[in-house]
Ligand binder design. Sequence first.
Ligand code: HEC
Length: 160
Amino acid sequence: MPRIPRRRTFLALAIALVVTLVAAQAMTGDHRPEYADWTRLNPQKNFITSAHPTAKDVYVNEVGAEAALTRSFPFPEGSELVKESTDTETLSVFVITAMRKVAGFDPENGDWQYGMFERMDDGSFGGMWAEVGSEMHAMCVTCHTGAADNDYAFLTYTGD
Ligand code: HEC
């Protein structure tokens, strides 16, 4: 009878442990969308002049790109938009806001879930995707209702 190799048992346990750790990380860790390869919608940087000048860039994922670029609404389910704010002096991204279309999430307001993620003192990003009924969701919806004709996305910075 073949002996079950110890090493294989150890490997299985190690894999199980890593999977558990990754799952735990996903619950507590960085929930920012990974938008490095998304389409930037503003051809030029959008600068805000103030004591601390900021540049804003807005990115859309592949699912939402056509709707955003051709302005054909509504955005399909799975569309995501990210607005990234960069300090133009330090060149560090200090906050990103995001919206993602989740079917059935909030039908009265276009089914968008809103997220906000800020750089913490230690350099990591903290934040979350807000739930319907939360103050944050209500705040984002209040303003974005002004863009209801564009399926709640302002898209003011597209063009040149
Ligand atoms: C005071 C009004 C206001 C509030 C409140 C607001 N937004 Fe916006 N948002 C805007 C405007 C205006 C734009 C267009 C770009 C710009 O001018 O910065 C925008 C753009 C965005 C974009 C890029 C897509 C688009 O609509 O063009 C995202 C993503 C976004 N906001 C997320 C959020 C989230 C998340 C919240 C809540 C935490 C939020 N916004 C709250 C006014 C608001």
